[in-house]
Design a protein around this ligand. Structure first.
Ligand code: UD1
Length: 318
């Protein structure tokens, strides 16, 4: 029977991958999470169908037995956020680089079939040309971007030196249900939705004309399963985006439209380490992995807003 491990499986993206695996009736699903930013609530309705293991990827001895013999390891555990990595570089370094090394080492020594790694579009930094293609030279602008890039390089080296199969997926600003809006380091769309539901102004850093290739979490989960199976891709890096580009001003306009309100945003100074524009060229992922994103930005946001409304309603009733 197949045995899947999802590190960070109680997180926003990891739990979407867990659900996707269970929908396929894929086999045994082990979740490794220390609940630093993940939450067991994200796994509530699938809790009995999985093997949840409270373990920390910084501790090799803790995770090695859980990874041993896995068919595929989806490595999602990380301390995300560009500004958090600037404010608190040590924990993000330890988790994102040392933790990734531990996962790869455990996969190699434990005879795992493949590691699919959550890399980041932030590795590109600012590029002169859009969309961003995997052949462009990386140019990390923050500790987070560098850490995620180091993880990619480690994947490549474990593939070429030790023969461990690895695939790195550069995520482009993933959004959707279960993204936690409770921290100032949270993803911008979750903060926009929280603001609109509370009828407050969001803060936009800069003039709001910076753009992102926002990618719906279900499309990212699908891509992970495809990357787990695709032949002949070991050691490679792929863009896991949508191929589009939305400015923050456009995103806030859409959120207001979907909610039927008009609330002007506050504008603050640009954020250090921020990339101005981000857009994926998905040609390679479509060709080699069969990537086929299904959700337009408007449809993804409609579903996301619906989910947050449901949560707010449940809290109100509860
Ligand atoms: C970066 C990566 C992304 C990665 C994520 C992990 C890039 C292009 N993308 O996202 O791949 O998954 O880190 O955390 O580097 N903003 C506001 N108001 C807010 C919060 C944010 O205006 O309250 C702005 C930011 O300044 C930024 C944009 O929104 O311009 C997106 O920010 P955020 O959601 O934090 O993600 P990135 O830093 O783009």
């Amino acid at each position: 029977m197949s045995h899947f491990v999802v590190t960070g499986g109680a997180g926003f993206i990891g739990s979407a991958i867990v659900r996707r695996l269970l929908r396929e009736d894929a086999g045994k699903v082990v979740v490794i999470d220390n609940l630093f930013s993940g939450s067991e609530a994200n796994l509530e309705e699938v809790r009995t169908a999985i093997d949840f293991q409270s373990a920390d990827i910084r501790n090799y001895e803790e995770i090695a037995p859980l990874i041993r013999g896995a068919s595929v390891v989806f490595h999602e555990a990380a301390i995300p956020s560009v500004p958090r990595s600037i404010d608190e570089p040590i924990p993000s370094h330890e988790v994102n680089i040392n933790g990734t090394f531990n996962v790869l080492r455990a996969a190699h020594e434990g005879g795992a079939g493949r590691v699919v790694y959550a890399a980041s579009s932030s590795a590109y930094g600012d590029t002169a040309v859009l969309p961003k293609v995997e052949t462009m030279a990386p140019n990390p602008k923050s500790p987070y971007a560098l850490q995620k890039l180091a993880g990619e390089y480690y994947c490549h080296v474990f593939s070429s030196v030790y023969g461990l199969e690895t695939v790195a997926l550069r995520y482009f600003n993933v959004y959707g249900p279960r993204q936690d809006p409770s921290s100032p380091y949270s993803g911008v769309l979750s903060l926009f939705i929280k603001a609109v539901l509370e009828r407050c102004s969001p803060t936009i850093y800069g003039d709001g004309e910076q753009s992102r290739d926002f990618t719906y979490v279900e499309d990212v989960a699908d891509l992970n399963l495809k990357a787990a199976r695709a032949p002949g891709v070991s050691g490679k890096v792929y863009n896991g985006g949508n191929g589009g580009r939305i400015t923050l001003n456009q995103a806030w306009s859409l959120v207001q439209k979907l909610e039927g309100v008009e609330i002007p945003a506050h504008y603050g100074p640009p954020r250090p380490g921020d990339v101005h524009d981000s857009q994926a060229d998905v040609t390679a992922a479509v060709r080699d992995l069969g990537h086929a994103p299904r959700f337009s930005f408007e449809e993804g946001m409609r579903r996301t807003l619906g989910w947050y409304r449901g949560q707010a309603g449940a809290a109100g009733r509860g």
